[in-house]
Design a protein around this ligand. Structure first.
Ligand code: ADP
Ligand code: MG
Length: 720
């Protein structure tokens, strides 16, 4: 039966507390219902929340500087007594300056706050105060030490309930944590509370990390990590503390990544033991397709197809991500894998994020495989004829569509391969939805948002990754330039030049129609204006509010050259492929995000012609917009752009909402802590490989189930 060596390796401590991490904060000593309500505003609902509510910075108040020893230009903290507070109005600008004078017996320091006269009520003469800030002033002109908008904290009121009522060692004489305050709860009160909680309740926290993993990665224990992040004793490196990378922080960062990766590892493992389809290794359909293809596959395309094929042949469900910059030729590869599935007797589906893209894929793919004898159908929300029966009887081999594909009522006869295009618009749940339509079909996810490989591993950690890192030969970078309103003539000139060469043009607007609230140019007005300016050319208008037939008609006209200038909204952002188009004008370019601009620009430069992307910007706009436009001019490398985008927007916004599968990180920073992430990932995957399940690790199991950002769909996997 139970082998004593393997069970209870992770015994819970014998002491069975009533109190746990889950205990509502109001029942914690010194809190109560009133304070609990205030704490809730800081996101603190339970004891665990409080323990993990880390300070956002630290101040070294061990050796408070004497005022006479202050250094100009340095960030310093001093304690003293308020000897004067007054509001001074500057004669010329009428600026109100609150000026506070602090003395510690060795000298005086002035604290200044601008146009915040109400702050006067915070200070009283005779009050003991800590001020912290950069020391300004001019030693040569007789102006003494000053701090502008310093951080301040009252020192005098002793707090009760703490080590005999003497709180000197909480707020001074140590490295002091600074917490975010909220109304009714000052940073000082929170500090006192945290001091009490870390002193009295730390024992209720259990270390869930298996000891061998902790040791191997030189991590401190969980209890010490929590204590040290709040009240540093052992780790005093101020810089490391303030950057959030002290050994104490490291332990917590590792934990976050480890739990997240452990979830992914179980998910991947669960799939491997599942039985999948073994497709054929050779396909006459593919050979016939390649014979007709008007170009040769790039080396990268060939390599990636081999990777896909190897997965498809194995009787394990494939789950693979194909990354590749805009225009690298992902569609051909997707199509070839669909042909392989069809040749093996299965159906294949391709799911796109928008109707226009699904329609374009359908038209393109239909043309490419017309005479191969496969049947293909389109299924979107606005499809006139819904080939539902033909899909369920298996008469249709390849289905192209939108979300409509995964709706109730659609069933396949034998879906063997499902492909999701442009993953950044699809979430984990939709992936799961598509999988349920078949019996463990192979899944391919294609994305044009290239992200560093390690990041891809966190986001899609359950997927294998293939990268098409090469563009078809002969592609020239799209020449990109920013223009302003006064330079319209210059833009028209470039447009005329391209039109006279027989090329076509996209013009993209942020809105369909004018809005009363926003003073923005819109597509409808734009189309009218361009019809007048370029009256010898045919101008078309396309946007999401048109009926599907109208849209198809317009796209077909543009593709066949019956429309010269296509005015549109961002509906053409992804996938649209017209190789004769050589110029894109983006109006209000300052309004678009970086990856969106890159996607839009990817619509041109698909043929052999020198191509242009003109970014029309309307000031005033902020610093971020300026950076985006500059980067667009400087590079067309999707990887570089993605990295810049990440650094401008930060991981949270870059990766989008929770449904993108991004973990909700409290301490870790995906960009900064990439090394720890890799370490945690190795450990998590090795753990799953060796131990297979969590039977002997009840604490870890509990932590995994509770961990944030851990989708409920994954919970099944750890129930063992
Ligand atoms: P994306 O990866 O952005 O989805 P597509 O699959 O739409 O790119 O391909 C972009 C264009 O490049 C299409 O017109 C396609 O026919 C063409 N293309 C794809 N592969 C090659 C190749 N190896 N050589 C030349 N053109 C190619
Ligand atoms: Mg594409």
């Amino acid at each position: 039966m139970n082998n004593p060596e393997t069970i209870n390796k992770q015994k819970k401590s014998n002491f069975k507390p009533q109190i746990s991490e889950e205990t509502p904060i109001q029942y914690i000593k010194g809190v109560g219902p009133k304070k609990a309500l205030l704490l809730e505003r800081l996101g603190i609902r339970t004891l665990g929340d409080a323990l993990y509510c880390l300070p956002w910075r630290y101040e070294d108040r061990k050796n408070l500087k004497k005022i006479c020893h202050l250094n100009y230009g340095a960030l310093e903290t001093v304690a003293g007594e308020v000897v004067d507070v007054e509001i001074i109005t500057t004669p010329r600008k009428g600026l109100k300056i609150l000026e506070l004078t602090l003395s510690d017996g060795t000298g005086v320091l002035k604290g200044k706050w601008f146009n915040q006269p109400f702050m006067k009520r915070y200070f009283k003469i005779g009050q003991k105060l800590i001020l912290s800030g950069v020391v300004k002033g001019n030693p040569y002109s007789g102006i003494g030490f000053e701090m502008e908008n310093p951080n301040f904290e009252a020192l005098e009121k002793p707090t009760t309930g703490v080590v005999g009522g003497d709180d000197r060692y909480i707020h001074t004489s140590r490295i002091v944590p600074i917490y975010r305050a909220t109304e009714g709860f000052t940073t000082r009160q929170i500090r006192t509370l945290m001091f009490d909680i870390t002193n009295n309740y730390l024992n209720y926290i259990e270390d869930f990390l298996p000891e061998e993993i902790r040791n191997r990665n030189n991590l401190i224990t969980l209890r010490e990590a929590i204590l040290e992040t709040h009240f540093p004793e052992r780790f005093q490196d101020m810089d490391a503390l303030n950057r959030g990378v002290s050994p104490a922080h490291m332990r917590l960062i590792f934990d976050e990544f480890f739990l997240f990766e452990l979830g992914l590892a179980f998910e991947k493992n669960g799939r491997i033991v599942e039985k999948g389809i073994a497709f054929k290794g050779t396909s006459t359909l593919i050979n016939r397709f390649l014979e007709k293809l008007p170009f040769k596959l790039t080396k990268a395309q060939e390599r990636v197809f081999e990777e896909l094929k190897a997965d498809m042949i194995r009787p394990i469900p494939m789950n693979r991500l194909i990354q590749g910059d805009v225009g690298c030729g992902k569609t051909v590869i997707a199509l070839m894998s669909m042909l392989l599935a069809v040749d093996s007797g299965y159906q294949a589906a391709l799911m796109a994020p928008t109707e226009i893209l699904a329609e374009q894929h359908y038209i393109n793919i239909h043309k490419m495989i017309e005479d191969l004898g496969c049947s293909i159908a389109l299924l979107t929300g606005s499809s006139r004829i819904k080939p539902i029966d033909d899909i369920s009887t298996g008469k249709i081999n390849i289905v192209i569509g939108t979300h409509a594909l995964i709706q109730e009522g659609i069933s396949f006869k034998n879906l063997g391969l499902a492909i999701i295009d442009e993953q950044h618009r699809f979430g984990v749940m939709q992936r799961a939805g598509l999988r349920k339509k078949g019996f463990s079909p192979d899944i391919i996810v294609m994305t044009a948002t290239p992200i560093p490989r390690t990041l891809a591993l966190t986001l899609y950690g359950d997927l294998d990754i293939s990268i098409i890192d090469e563009l078809p030969a002969g592609r020239m970078p799209v020449r990109t330039k920013v223009f302003f309103q006064g330079q319209k003539e210059k833009i028209y000139e470039i447009m005329r030049q391209e039109l006279s060469r027989g090329r076509q043009i996209y013009i993209v607007y942020p809105l369909i129609e004018g809005s009363e609230k926003l003073d923005l140019k819109c597509a409808v007005d734009g189309a009218e204006a361009f019809k007048k300016i370029f009256n010898r050319f045919r101008v078309g208008l396309i946007h999401g509010r048109l009926k599907r037939e109208e849209r198809e008609e317009i796209m077909a006209s543009f593709k066949s050259g019956r429309i010269d200038i296509l005015v549109s909204t961002t509906v053409i952002e992804v996938g649209v492929d017209v190789s004769n188009a050589s110029l894109m004008l983006i109006v209000h370019a300052e309004r678009f995000g970086l990856s969106q601009l890159h996607q839009l620009r990817g619509r041109v430069g698909r043929g052999p012609y020198e191509s242009y992307c003109l970014l029309m910007a309307y000031p005033p706009f902020g610093e971020d917009a300026r950076r985006r436009l500059k980067i667009m001019e400087a590079t067309s490398d999707g990887f570089k752009l993605a990295e810049e985008d990440l650094s401008i927007r930060g991981p949270g916004e870059f990766f989008g909402t929770k449904q993108s599968g991004m973990p909700d990180l409290r301490v870790a920073n995906i960009l900064r802590d990439i090394k720890v992430l890799e370490q945690a990932r190795r450990e998590a995957f090795a753990f799953v490989e060796e131990k297979h399940n969590l039977t002997n690790y009840p604490l870890l199991k509990e932590a995994l189930e509770k961990s944030r950002g851990f989708g409920t769909d994954r919970l099944d996997l750890v129930k063992s």
